[in-house]
Design a protein around this ligand. Structure first.
Ligand code: F6P
Length: 553
């Protein structure tokens, strides 16, 4: 437990007292009330004005956001006043900006080129990063080409990643996203939930002699991961006749905690490390991505890192007015803090990005779901919206009704690609036509008059009318490949950073997950042991009693 007071820079003015914030409040009353129909009608150059191309042809059209040039300028002024560029520079150079844990925040070092220098406590960490990458590459190649064999001499065919949160969501998302690039005769699975069903179903068809477990945990203490890792070890030993020596050929660990890894029984020679300056939700490009490297191979993994790095460099160097992550963050601030949006839908039009929104939920909500400022006072402004979504076109037939005609304002990020990995018939045209149509319909809607002109009866017309004016951003990229995925993730990482900086919160701790963990530890023995003393509230007590009764206790 840290008792030392963190060293902080001077206390920032309250966000809502800044003149730039007040200017935006004013603009929300005027420009914020304008309709996208009128904004487009009044400015033939609007699409070009509010679009930017970033690295790798990543094109972002945010002209369907409810902004005007004055709003855009005011948002940039806010970013300048809040020191987004200065704080980004502090992050990139390794200052301990995670003040509650007194840690540097250096996921960007994970994708720094070999010759770069980034100092943490006076030590250049870039060679350490590349040393681990090289070890991962040697190991991955050995598994992929069959040199690394299981205990009985058979090659590995099943990889099971055991981890949760940042030790699961990124790798699981990346495996799906990069499926066309994977070695298809290696089947990679992800076990995260402490619900035994997850382990049982994912290992159901695995041959223990050909299965490799990667136990991924930054801390190597997480309840779910340790429970699943123990179950995996029992499963393996049962399947291989109980010889404990088998563990060495079937288990590797990814962690920052060598001591716990070896206490678990995994030889630290089979451990891939990372560092406390990598947050769990920012770790998929560290050794936590070992399953990704096993699936796509070291060269493509490095391509992914190159994509990340390109977006890092863009964020670090591009002027604010053409800086994609900064603009994205600012648009979110406008929607949340000035237009009153409480959620953000992220809607990829690519089936391979099936798990992208789930990944972003942790990245955004664990980072910016905070109500205390860096100066330890309560915010009096909204922070992170709830992030949700799933790939189009499926969502169109489920929840889009609410986005079009419901009462909440739901800003959307659409993500689409020009080329498909499966160019069959005209599916890609159908897919892309749909994403463009949704953004158009959300922006412009359909007036009552138009509905009536189409012949709708007066009583029916209000039901068929669309207000429009629903803000969206469309990201259009050439094709989903490892580098494109890296760019896309870094885009969101730095967007989260921009917003955290403006909200003046620490995007890099997660104290809010602690209480539930502690209470669970207290309840675990009460579910199966001697009748617990009634120390809980009556509701919890009642539920415990009912569970115990159902289990015959
Ligand atoms: O409980 C939240 C959390 O700490 C996340 O921040 C983290 O990604 C996840 O648990 C898993 O942690 P670990 O990698 O240490 O097992």
């Amino acid at each position: 437990m840290t008792t030392m007071q963190p060293h902080t820079t001077e206390i920032a003015p309250r966000l809502d007292t800044r003149p730039e914030w007040k200017a935006l409040q004013q603009l929300a009353q005027t420009d914020g009330a304008l309709h996208l129909r009128d904004l487009f009608k009044g400015d033939s150059g609007r699409a070009a004005r509010f679009s930017t191309e970033g690295p790798g042809g990543l094109f972002m059209d945010y002209s369907k956001q409810r902004i005007t040039p004055s709003v855009f300028d005011a948002l940039l002024a806010l970013a300048r006043a809040c020191g987004v560029a200065q704080r980004a520079a502090a992050m990139f150079r390794g200052d301990k900006i995670n003040i509650t844990e007194q840690r540097a925040v250096l996921h960007t070092a994970l994708r720094a080129p070999r010759g770069a220098t980034i100092l943490v406590d006076g030590r250049n960490i870039v060679p350490d990063v590349h040393e681990v990458l090289d070890r991962m590459a040697a190991f991955s190649s050995a598994v992929r080409d069959g040199q690394w064999r299981g205990h009985t001499g058979k090659p590995i065919r099943y990889i099971v990643n055991i981890g949760i949160g940042g030790s699961d969501l990124g790798p699981a998302m990346a495996y799906d996203a990069l499926l066309p690039f994977t070695k298809r005769d290696l089947s990679v699975r992800f076990v995260s939930n402490v619900d035994a069903t997850d382990f049982a179903e994912k290992t159901r068809d695995c041959d223990p002699a050909q299965t490799l477990f990667i136990v991924c945990s930054k801390t190597f203490t997480t309840l779910e991961t340790m429970a699943n890792a123990n179950t995996a070890r029992e499963w393996l030993l049962r399947g291989l006749g109980g010889d404990a020596a088998a563990v060495a050929r079937h288990f590797v660990a990814v962690s920052t905690n060598a001591e716990k890894v070896s206490a678990f029984g995994i030889d630290t020679a089979n451990m891939f490390g990372f560092w406390d300056w990598v947050g769990g939700r920012y770790s998929m490009d560290s050794a936590i991505g070992l399953s990704t490297m096993l699936a796509i191979g070291p060269d493509l993994f490095r391509d992914m890192l190159r994509g990340f790095h390109e977006m890092d460099e863009h964020f670090r160097t591009a002027p604010l007015e053409s800086n994609l992550p900064a603009i994205m963050g600012l648009l979110g601030i406008w929607n949340v803090n000035f237009l009153g949006a409480q959620t953000l839908a992220v809607l990829p039009y690519d089936q391979y990005l099936d798990r992208f929104s789930a990944y972003l939920q942790q990245l955004e909500m664990e980072s910016n779901g905070k109500h205390v400022t860096l100066d330890a006072t309560r915010v009096s402004w909204s922070t992170c919206p709830a992030v949700w979504g799933q790939p189009g076109t499926n969502g169109q037939h489920a929840f889009y009704q609410m986005i079009h005609q419901g009462t909440p304002l739901v800003p959307c990020d659409f993500i689409a690609f020009c080329a498909s990995h499966n160019p069959i018939g005209n599916h890609q045209d159908l897919l892309v036509a749909n994403v463009l149509a949704q953004a158009e319909a959300l922006a412009f809607g359909k007036s009552l008059q138009e509905v009536e002109q189409e012949g709708s009866a007066a009583w029916l017309a209000p039901h068929r009318q669309f207000d429009g004016n629903r803000p969206t951003t469309t990201i259009l990229c050439p094709k989903l490949d490892p580098a494109a995925l890296g760019r896309l993730i870094a885009l969101y990482e730095h967007k989260v950073f921009t917003q955290g900086t403006i909200w003046n919160i620490n995007s890099f701790d997660q104290w809010g997950v602690e209480l539930g963990k502690v209470l669970a530890q207290r309840i675990i023995p009460e579910l199966s042991g001697a009748t617990p003393k009634p120390t809980h509230d009556s509701s919890t007590q009642q539920l415990i009693a009912r569970y115990r009764a159902a289990r015959g206790l």
